[in-house]
Each structure stands twice: as structure tokens, then as C-alpha cells.
Design a protein around this ligand. Structure first.
Ligand code: NAI
Ligand code: MG
Length: 359
């Protein structure tokens, strides 16, 4: 029989993005080659990013989104380089894709890997395991606002950056979080806001959370303010399962979570369009890491974990599990990059991952 072929658009973009996407592609191709012809990946790579901007003045081609629509998924590296202001590169490529493809749920699992030292005192990888569900279409990253509203010019400038919260936007990401909680051993959803200080959008969020929770009586809930939640991440991580939060709060908390797991380089994420009207996008949580780019130091595990999330999205959960087992076997064997205390290169880790897939 003909293998199921998944068409994937690769956008490595900048810095370590190119290194970890190359690693992820190699691992996925090895997985497909060892699947007895059950499935295959058909890749197309796009050159968009800050170099492309330098040459063309565009972060993505004008017809880029049209072309991406045809793919089953997007496999993304990281965007951003000191030659281009970060708000231009991020809005011009990554946020453009997230928003136009209505990838409203950003899933960021945090768990502890064997052989990786966590800065947490009582870290135990058998107990600590949570998922940050990030509202990914509105909130603080809605792009609403303006500059120089006073018309007073240099020295007197005024800027407004507004956050947008809609009942529909809150409800869909919360239902997603509750449904996810039902698939986990610990059925609990923690909602994060700052509704004591932000009395409009975040109070709406709290109200929607209370209403949605009524439909899930089997799921434990709590509402926690973001400052308290950041302390809880460190002090009582075993008390968390699914954490749902707005765009900005979840962005910050998920970096904290991945640092607690040992390194930003380990953290995986999926930007999902759950209705599947558009392709979803899979990318490591980290950025382009200009401080280590081009030296073979990048940890590819965040990117490879994101590939596992992509396999789940393709309906291949057993293959995703296989990939995650290869990650655990690799870290347990002490094949670690510098960020997690080892001396292995990106290539060493990639080879070890492939070795654990094929034998
Ligand atoms: P960053 O995530 O690139 O780096 C933060 C720290 O983590 C650095 O010390 C870096 O060396 C380390 N790190 C990151 N990825 C690593 C990996 N795979 N292996 C080992 N160590 C790793 O964040 P930073 O420095 O704030 O941003 C750099 C650029 O990336 C900026 O232009 C920023 O806008 C962009 N960025 C892009 C993102 C995306 O495309 N999704 C997300 C975050 C930042
Ligand atoms: Mg971030």
C-alpha cells in the first residue's frame, strides 16, 4: 500500500532555528524510514526570516500565507536577529502565521527528563508534569494600540498597547484546556489572570472560566493570580496539571516552566488551529539564541519534542510516543548539550536520538 504522506513546510528562519530544524527533520526522516513504509514526510523548505528581510525587505513573500495553506503542518525554527528590530521580525513572520491561520491554542508541555538536572530542589520527573495552554489569538498580543497619540513629538510621545479579550476567544481556549485535562492522570485546570488589577478583560476571563468549569464537574479547578502562580511554579509544581492563561502571561510562565525543567532548549510547543481549517505550526519555545548560534551548541530536544506534538496532530500517537521515548533514552544516557550540563553537540544529540529510534 502507498504510505500516508504528510506535506510539511519547514521554516527554519534565524540563528539556532536553522540548526534545530535540520536536526528535527533528520530525526523525523529516520522515523519514517523505520516505519515499514507506513508513512512518509514530504518537505518543502522556505527561506523566510531576517536574512530574507535584509535582501528583500520582506519577512515572508506576499503569497507566502497562500502557499503555506496547502501544507499539512508547518515546522518552525525561531525568528529574530540583531539586524532587524524584534517587533518587526516577530510580527512579520511568526505572529503573522499564528494570527492568519487562527492558531488560537498554543500548547506547551513541561516535564522533567531523566538525566537532566532541574534547578528545582525537589524535582522528580515521575511527579512533575504539566501543560501550559496559551491563548494565542488575542489578549495582550492583539496588536491594538498606537504611538505618538499626543502629537507632541520627541520627548512627549504617548503610546497605548491594549489587550483584547472576547468571550468566544476565552471560552474556546478554556474548553480546550478542560478537554485536555480529561486526557491526563491529574484532572485539574488552573486558570491564571491578573484580574485584581486588570478589571475588564481579565474579569471577563474569570467569569467565562467559572461558567465553562460547570460543564466539567469531574475536573478540579482553581483561579490563581499570575504573580502567585509564578511562585507556585517553583514551590508547588506537583500541584499543577493543565494551566490556561492569556497570551502574555502564558508566554512568560512557559519560559519559567522550561527553565525549571532544566533549559529553554528542551521546551516544545504546538500552535494549533483545532478546527483544522488551516495548518497548525510546531516550534520549540526558545528563540534564535544569537549568543550560541552557528556553533553546534543548540539543544535540539525542544524542536524534536515539537515534532512529536506534530505527529500527535497527524493522528500518529504511537509514533509520537516512540519519539518521546528516544528523547528520554538520549538524556538518560547522558548525551546532553551544554545548556543542560553536557558537552555533546547538536549533531551528537541528533545521532543519539536517531540511534534510539532505529534499534
Ligand atoms: P532565546 O530563547 O533565543 O535565548 C535565551 C537563552 O536561552 C539564551 O541564553 C540562549 O543561548 C538559550 N537557548 C535558547 N535556545 C536554546 C537551545 N536550543 N539550546 C541551548 N540554549 C538555548 O531568547 P532571546 O535571547 O530573548 O531572543 C533571541 C531572539 O529570538 C530575539 O530576536 C527574539 O525576538 C527571538 N525570539 C523568537 C521566538 C520565536 O521565534 N518563537 C521566541 C523567543 C524569542
Ligand atoms: Mg516566549
Amino acid at each position: 500500500t502507498k504510505p500516508r504522506t504528510f506535506r510539511i513546510a519547514a521554516i527554519p528562519a534565524d540563528g539556532v532555528g536553522t540548526e534545530v530544524v535540520a536536526a528535527g527533520r533528520a530525526v523525523l526522516d529516520a522515523l519514517a524510514e523505520n516505519s515499514d513504509g507506513a508513512f512518509a514526510f514530504d518537505w518543502e523548505e522556505f527561506p523566510w526570516g531576517c536574512d530574507y528581510y535584509g535582501k528583500t525587505g520582506k519577512m515572508i513573500d506576499d503569497d507566502g500565507l497562500e502557499r503555506l495553506k496547502e501544507f499539512d503542518a508547518i515546522y518552525f525554527g525561531a525568528v529574530g536577529w540583531p539586524t532587524v528590530p524584534d517587533h518587526i521580525s516577530l510580527w512579520g513572520l511568526r505572529l503573522k502565521i499564528c494570527q492568519n491561520f487562527d492558531q488560537w491554542a498554543n500548547i506547551r508541555p513541561v516535564h522533567f527528563l531523566p538525566g537532566v538536572q532541574s534547578p528545582l530542589r525537589k524535582a522528580d520527573h515521575t511527579e512533575l508534569d504539566w501543560v501550559v495552554v496559551r491563548e494565542n489569538s488575542e489578549g495582550e498580543y492583539a496588536g491594538l494600540g498606537g504611538r505618538n497619540l499626543s502629537g507632541r513629538g520627541p520627548g512627549g510621545e504617548v503610546a497605548i498597547q491594549s489587550a483584547l479579550f472576547t468571550e468566544v476567544g476565552c471560552e474556546r481556549v478554556m474548553r480546550f484546556a478542560f478537554d485536555l485535562a480529561r486526557t491526563r492522570d491529574r484532572r485539574k485546570v488552573s486558570s491564571v489572570t491578573k484580574s485584581n488589577a486588570q478589571q475588564y478583560g481579565m474579569v471577563l476571563w474569570d467569569e467565562v472560566f467559572k461558567r465553562v468549569a460547570q460543564d466539567y464537574p469531574d475536573v478540579e479547578t482553581e483561579s490563581v493570580l499570575v504573580d502567585a502562580m509564578s511562585a507556585k511554579f517553583v514551590l508547588r509544581p506537583e500541584d499543577l496539571s493543565v494551566v490556561v492563561a492569556s497570551n502574555l502571561n502564558a508566554d512568560i510562565l512557559s519560559d519559567l516552566g522550561s527553565a525549571l525543567a532544566g533549559s529553554l532548549g528542551l521546551a516544545a510547543s504546538a500552535n494549533l488551529n483545532p478546527e483544522r481549517r488551516y495548518p497548525s505550526m510546531f516550534e520549540p519555545v526558545h528563540g534564535s539564541a544569537p549568543d550560541i548560534a552557528g556553533q553546534g551548541l543548540a539543544n535540539p530536544i525542544g524542536a524534536v519534542g515539537s515534532a512529536a506534538l506534530m505527529l500527535e496532530h497527524f493522528g500518529l500517537p504511537e509514533q509520537a510516543a516512540r519519539l518521546n521515548r528516544a528523547i528520554e533514552a538520549t538524556t538518560a544516557a547522558g548525551v546532553l548539550t551544554r545548556d543542560v550540563g553536557g558537552t555533546a553537540t547538536t549533531e551528537d544529540v541528533t545521532k543519539a536520538l536517531i540511534g534510539h529510534l532505529t534499534n
